[in-house]
Design a protein around this ligand. Structure first.
Ligand SMILES: Nc1ncnc2c1ncn2[C@@H]1O[C@H](COP(=O)(O)OP(=O)(O)O)[C@@H](O)[C@H]1O
Ligand SMILES: [Mg+2]
Length: 359
């Protein structure tokens, strides 16, 4: 069903994306593929629909946390391996220090005799190599690992890249600047510097695709829908919002548009609150910038807006840093020397004062 509000895991439920599907299928023949795309454009759906033999790790659940520990990372691998490798486990992890096999499950220890992640990867690679197969490790929303303390996971990816034949990494990120700041593929001092990779840029649907998506989705319910143009004009082309609208509509919601806006608004506010979690002092200023960017605004218009609101001067360097952060985290974009919100639905989120926790 196209209107399923969860990530798809079946190509039959994935609308279009033919070019991206092909690019991903090709990409995973090589060590590293990166998928970038705004929240709700279908990154997880693409990965789950296209890739079969895969260890899947979702880092998004740490987005509200201040930091991530090595233990968290090991736990994620532990759970993913148990879920995704199933009966192959025993063969894979026979003689590795720090791994206990108990009946049908394995347990990676992170404390006494702590397991080295690279040993785990090595064992997985050996097993698949011996069986002449590849195994894909997907890390969804990997930019969150920027908060991983005391351990640099990029070293493991780089080591895999250089030494393992069978492991192929797929990394995704919604906060596109932050994703690249984390991966640092172009930074001479970074572990991943200079490695070749396949980049997939997952864009929102255009007008035509959006309307066709709605039409096909409604067709599955034998509904002849003729309001697609209006829906696109309000929601824009992000598949997640369109699918949610369709889902509410076919489930007889009284006001599917309003509910979709509410849902999008909540999602965006939650993301903003996560973004602000380590930046509490600047909460109000960030909010004011976003509020101002509902209409396309120049740098000095934004500066004036904050200063008039605060009655304080905001130093240029501070404002620049904040604008760059908002660009990195995919809240705004800069275009022709003006700044604006990146997604139509954000105007609903940043129209009125918002609350994050106690702030
Ligand atoms: N190509 C697509 N066809 C059908 N539904 C899609 C497509 N892309 C995304 N969706 C829907 O949009 C929502 C968000 O998709 P998801 O894969 O979770 O996005 P992301 O991982 O980029 O945040 C889900 O409800 C999903 O079913
Ligand atoms: Mg996702």
């Amino acid at each position: 069903m196209l209107f399923d509000p969860y990530p798809k895991n079946n190509l039959n439920d994935l609308y279009d994306r033919r070019a991206e599907i092909e690019r991903l299928q090709n990409g995973v023949k090589y060590p590293l593929t990166v998928i970038q795309g705004l929240r709700r454009t279908g990154k997880s759906s693409l990965v789950k629909s296209v890739l079969n033999d895969m260890i899947y790790i979702d880092i998004r659940k740490y987005s509200g946390k201040g930091y991530i520990s090595y233990r968290d990372l090991i736990e994620e691998f532990n759970n993913a391996i148990n879920r995704d490798l199933k009966d192959r486990l025993r063969d894979v992890f026979k003689n590795i220090s720090g791994i206990n096999i108990l009946g049908n499950s394995i347990s990676l220890s992170w404390k006494k005799n702590r397991v080295r992640l690279i040993d785990v990867l090595n064992a997985i690679d050996d097993y698949y190599n011996n069986n002449n197969k590849n195994i894909i490790i997907t890390i969804d929303e990997i930019q969150e690992l920027i908060k991983l303390k005391g351990y640099n996971f990029l070293n493991d990816i780089a080591y895999s890249f250089d030494n393992f034949k069978s492991i192929k990494f797929v990394l995704t990120g919604s906060q596109i600047g932050a994703l690249h700041n984390y991966l640092k593929m172009d930074d001479y001092n970074s572990p991943l510097y200079g490695r070749a990779y396949t980049l997939i840029d997952l864009k929102p649907f255009n007008r035509e695709q959006s309307m066709d998506f709605l039409k096909k989705g409604f067709n599955e319910f034998n509904i002849d829908f003729n309001d697609a143009e209006n829906v696109y004009n309000t929601l824009g082309g992000i598949p997640g919002w369109l699918a949610y609208y369709g889902f509410r509509y076919v489930n007889n919601s009284k006001d599917p548009m309003n509910e979709t806006i509410k849902n999008a608004r909540n999602t965006i506010i939650m993301e903003f609150c996560n973004f602000i979690a380590n930046r509490e002092m600047a909460f109000k200023r960030y909010y004011l910038i976003l509020n101002k960017c509902i209409e396309r605004s120049s740098w000095s218009e934004i500066k004036n807006y904050i200063e008039n609101n605060e009655g304080n001067i905001i130093p240029n360097s501070v404002l620049n840093k904040m604008l760059n952060n908002l660009i990195d985290y995919s809240f705004i974009k800069k275009y022709d020397e003006k700044y604006e919100l990146i997604d139509n639905m954000m105007r609903y989120a940043f129209k009125d004062r918002i609350k994050c926790g106690n702030m």
